[in-house]
Design a protein around this ligand. Structure first.
Ligand SMILES: Nc1ncnc2c1ncn2[C@@H]1O[C@H](COP(=O)(O)OP(=O)(O)OP(=O)(O)O)[C@@H](O)[C@H]1O
Length: 455
């Protein structure tokens, strides 16, 4: 710059550096939001500059690590990055000011020459081979979901996804709370995927599924001959398998108190002590825990250690139940329809308006998992391309009245009448005459009521 100040062509030089056609350039701020993307990169990614600037870099560039570089402050030189079907070479350089990282510059080199193509295909075949090994390894100890797999339209969920982007890099423990089936596991995977630990193991432990007397050896392993009945060669615990990566303690509310003390020790000192070992061992593991139980209550009842509770909920992500984010229902339904149709090869493309209305009213006690199961069952049941009320399970059509929610008696009666008609139509497989018979009313009364309820 100092040199350029003396040049009458300063602007042209700067433009040539920034907009050079041979490389792609991106600049992000300290939170990973794009503040500049050069024309080559826009063209390469197929995005408009005005749309990309201001977005989080992970929303625009595949497999980027720019948001991690601004967190770690460490430059990454000549890193292989897979973008749009090709391996590129990326340099990511943090920019510092007054002792703080204020952003980062990313440069992706690509030249459309035969040479590069040759090298690219060579790298591709090598990496394909590596990928096979990785996949095998990941199946047992890897995160398979990323933030892209979390379908979200509601502001609460979009905010949660943004929060994940902010907290993924770093080592702070995360506590994910929410009812069963809300997507806690998906979020845990995504945090790991977005973190600098993503190349290392992601190990899941379902605390509710392990009997209390086996918990310690499962988590921390044991030494050869540690106890009678132990394996001769000893056993490696989940914390050791996860070393360098992340451990996901699902259903942590079910963790016995004896194991809780030991987890506290890992969090405080980074040490584990396998059963029967004389000396502790160092491990570097990030802990993500999830629960659908009110941990605060368990703490009050002395079933969960208070000190551990504070340690694990450095960052808390609360995933709201589906009934509190109704905007997501349509998007999730369409997503599952598409996924299940593809898997089963049965073409089902939409749901009727009445089905969507029912989905919006239903309380979804099993949350997204229940919605997925309902859509799956309906796809199997239907013989049309559009799901109708007849394809839904009965319990979805008639729901118990909750006084506090469903208004006065007139409203409750109206609602119950509508549900009874829907159920009768369901049982009669859409045959209105039959449905009227089931309900013990005349055909014309049924037509009147159908009209009244907009069915
Ligand atoms: N926002 C979402 N987008 C796409 N799929 C989702 C979403 N939320 C949940 N799912 C799907 O719903 C199912 C349940 O999700 P998940 O296992 O993450 O829930 P959970 O909260 O961990 O449940 P539990 O407490 O019972 O373990 C999974 O099949 C998951 O893929």
């Amino acid at each position: 710059m100092i040199v350029l100040e003396h040049s009458p062509h300063q602007e042209q030089f700067i433009r040539a550096v920034f907009e050079n056609a041979h490389y792609c350039l991106v600049i992000v701020d300290d939170r990973g939001y794009i503040i500049y993307l050069n024309e080559s990169y826009c063209r390469f990614l197929g995005v408009k500059r005005e749309e990309a600037v201001g977005k989080h870099v992970t929303d625009v560039i595949e497999n980027t690590r720019m948001h991690i570089v601004v967190q770690t402050g460490k430059e990454e030189i000549a890193d292989l990055q897979y973008i749009r079907g090709n391996y590129m070479i990326a340099n990511r350089i943090p920019v510092w000011s007054e002792g703080k990282v204020i952003g980062a510059i990313g440069i992706v080199l690509y030249r459309d020459t035969q040479e590069w193509m040759k090298m690219n295909s060579h790298i591709k075949s090598l990496l394909l081979e590596v990928e096979q090994y990785r996949k095998r390894q990941k199946k047992s100890h890897g995160a398979i979901y990323s933030l892209h797999d979390i379908i979200a339209i509601s502001p609460q969920m979009i905010e949660l996804k943004n929060k994940v982007k902010r907290i993924a890099a770093g080592n702070a423990s995360v506590l994910i709370t929410g009812e069963s089936g809300t997507g806690k596991e998906l979020f845990a995977h995504s945090i790991h995927q977005l973190s600098e630990r993503s190349g290392k193991p992601f190990v899941t432990v379902n605390c509710a599924a392990i009997p209390e007397h086996l918990m310690e050896s499962e988590l921390f392993g044991y030494e050869p001959g540690a106890f009678t009945g132990a394996r001769k060669e000893g056993k490696i615990g989940k914390f050791q398998i996860a070393d360098g990566g992340t451990i996901f303690l699902d259903e942590i509310g079910d963790m016995p108190l004896s194991a809780q003390v030991k987890i506290l020790r890992v969090l405080q000192d980074g040490e584990i002590q396998p059963v029967g070992a004389v000396k502790p061992r160092k491990v570097d593991v990030r802990v993500i825990a999830a629960t659908n139980q009110p941990l605060e209550e368990l703490v009050r009842e002395k079933r969960f250690r208070e000190d551990l509770f504070y340690r694990i909920h450095v960052i808390r992500l609360h995933i709201p139940p589906l009934r509190e984010r109704k905007e997501d229902i349509r998007a999730l339904t369409m997503f599952f329809l598409h996924k299940i149709s593809e898997r089963t090869g049965k073409r089902v493309v939409d749901v009727e308006d009445s089905v969507m209305e029912r989905f919006q009213e239903y309380r979804w006690p099993g949350n997204v998992r229940e919605l997925e199961n309902v859509v799956e069952a309906a796809v199997h049941l239907t013989n049309r391309e559009i799901i109708t009320l007849e394809d839904l399970p009965e319990h979805l059509l008639i729901e118990p009245v909750r006084l506090e929610e469903h208004g006065n008696l007139k409203e409750i009666l109206e609602r119950t009448e509508r549900q009874a008609i829907e159920l009768a139509l369901h049982k009669a497989k859409g045959d209105k005459l039959k449905a009227a018979k089931i309900l013990g009313i005349g055909k014309s009364t049924l037509y009147e009521k159908l009209k009244k309820h907009g069915l």
